[in-house]
Design a protein around this ligand. Structure first.
Ligand code: UD1
Ligand code: MG
Length: 455
């Protein structure tokens, strides 16, 4: 297959030793999505249309994950971990039959903006043979240092190979590089492993290119935070913090009120409409869509949920996947909703679990209501119509249907369908014995007095 688009090679085979994890490094999440997904998305939005991913450590898990995210990926396995140049060569088959520029990205660098990546392709168009994204930082430890002379990038020196003078350089390698068509295989073949780690460094492609009289240039990114590479848990947390800052800023810029921005946590795909108000300490796990004018009150957790305009959620509410709240619905404190549609104006305000259910418009669900949706083997549906009044502490044993405008008595266990307009009592009738309370207290008091030790 020959095409003229940009090929992105993503290196994701490393051991991730410093993570000390059973999960391959590139599957650790930032903003609720694995690092590798974020890199693929940046590469795609930055102009790549063909993707080769090099996997190795934890290959089975990474391969299984990639199979779920995108079909048009070529996956290559690096059998031994001999360095980033060696890893890139694992994708040789894709490199040699590609008729266009090649972008190389690291699977552990998830925060790069697409526009920053596009700047590399522009450099190639302007005549560079190799273009590399660098950044300036006050904390360069661990990164390769860029050796720049007369505006040309002439070499990259890895931390472990750097002398004191080189270590003082604060301009670093992000790991993202672009090569003009056809060039990469021959550069890779010329890279050796005579260095402190005994590895084949992709970064040596710069010195090789320079020695051949080719033109390598560095594009220095303005925002250092885009280039954080994740090698350990502290860097994972640092990347998460940067991601959250970005999402908060974007939300506010688009007209969302965050009462205490630093306490609200987003996922990569969180969507909040204009004039949404988010109170402190709210978590948006993946898959949440909140429409214009809804309010999410303090200490709520939402995942895979849709909230329409005018709805009020929380405080202390939990919306789980498949929760779908229509306009002006109220979901109050200590309420959990899963896989359930709640129609316009319905209220579920206190201490309730609604799962695998639908609730009609304007229905009021009393405190302590529970849908028993699971019998230990199967899930069943509860269907509650419009304008229903569900008495407090009702248990709906699914599958069960309550018709429009019906009423259930407080404390009922509803096991059979309730027709529209009916009232259902599913509890023992109350029995009142006159005088029995006083008699019982007198009896107990006498018993306690006679049991007291003398003196
Ligand atoms: C690398 C760069 C360094 C740069 C930094 C940016 C090299 C030699 N060093 O260092 O200049 O400043 O990234 O974050 O390139 N990988 C493989 N196979 C291997 C080794 C690594 O696929 O044999 C993959 C890893 O999964 C990772 C990426 O390549 O996604 C980078 O490897 P890593 O070990 O994280 O390199 P750094 O020490 O971070
Ligand atoms: Mg790294």
């Amino acid at each position: 297959m020959i095409d003229t688009s940009c090929l992105a090679v993503i290196l994701a085979a490393g051991e991730g030793t410093r993570m000390k994890s059973d999960l391959p490094k590139v599957l650790h999440p930032v903003g609720g999505r694995p690092l590798i997904d974020a890199v693929l998305e940046s590469a795609r939005a930055g102009g790549a249309s063909r993707f080769a991913v090099v996997i190795g450590a934890g290959a089975d898990k990474v391969r299984a994950h990639l199979g779920k995210v995108a079909a048009n990926l070529e996956v290559f396995e690096q059998r031994e971990r001999l360095g980033t140049a060696h890893a890139t060569l694992a994708a040789r088959e894709a490199l040699v039959d590609h008729n266009g520029p090649v972008l190389v990205l690291f699977g552990d660098t998830p925060l790069v903006r697409p526009a920053t990546i596009s700047a590399l392709s522009e450099r190639l168009s302007a005549g560079a043979d190799v273009a590399l994204l660098g950044f300036e930082t006050d904390a360069p430890t661990g990164y390769g240092r860029l050796i720049i002379k007369d505006e040309r990038l002439v070499a990259i020196v890895e931390e472990k190979d750097a002398d004191a003078e080189t270590k003082a350089i604060r301009v670093c390698n992000s790991g993202i590089m672009a090569f003009r068509q056809g060039l990469l295989p021959e550069l890779l073949d010329a890279i050796g492993n005579a260095n402190a780690k005994g590895e084949y460094y992709l970064t040596d492609a710069i010195a090789v290119a320079t020695a051949r009289g080719l033109r390598a240039e560095a594009v220095i990114g303005e925002d250092e935070s885009e280039f954080v590479g994740i090698n350990d848990r502290a860097q994972l947390a640092a990347a998460e913090a940067i991601f959250q800052q970005r999402m908060r800023a974007e939300a506010m810029a688009s007209g969302v009120t965050l009462v205490a921005p630093e306490t609200v946590f987003f996922s990569f795909d969180t969507r909040l409409g204009r004039d949404v108000v988010v109170e402190p300490n709210v978590v948006f796990a993946p898959g949440v869509d909140v429409a214009s004018g809804a309010t999410i009150r303090a200490f709520s957790h939402l995942e895979g949920a849709k909230v329409a305009g005018g709805a009020i959620v929380g405080p202390y509410a939990r919306l789980r996947p498949g929760a779908d709240l229509a306009e002006n619905v109220h979901v109050g404190n200590f309420v959990e909703i899963k896989n359930a549609r709640v129609d316009r104006g319905a209220k579920v305000n206190h201490l309730t679990y609604i799962g695998d259910a639908s609730i009609g418009a304007r229905t009021n669900v009393g405190a302590g209501t529970i849908t028993c949706n699971y019998d230990g083997f199967f899930k069943h549906k509860t269907i509650i119509g419009a304008d229903v009044f569900v008495g407090s502490n009702t248990v709906m044993v699914a599958p069960v249907t309550v018709g429009d405008n019906a009423l259930t008595a407080a404390g009922s266990v509803i096991t059979t369908d309730v027709p529209p307009d009916a009232m259902a009592f599913g509890r023992a009738r109350q029995d009142v014995k006159e005088g029995m309370g006083a008699a019982k207290k007198a009896m107990l008091a006498a018993k306690k007095a006679s049991a007291k030790p003398a003196g």
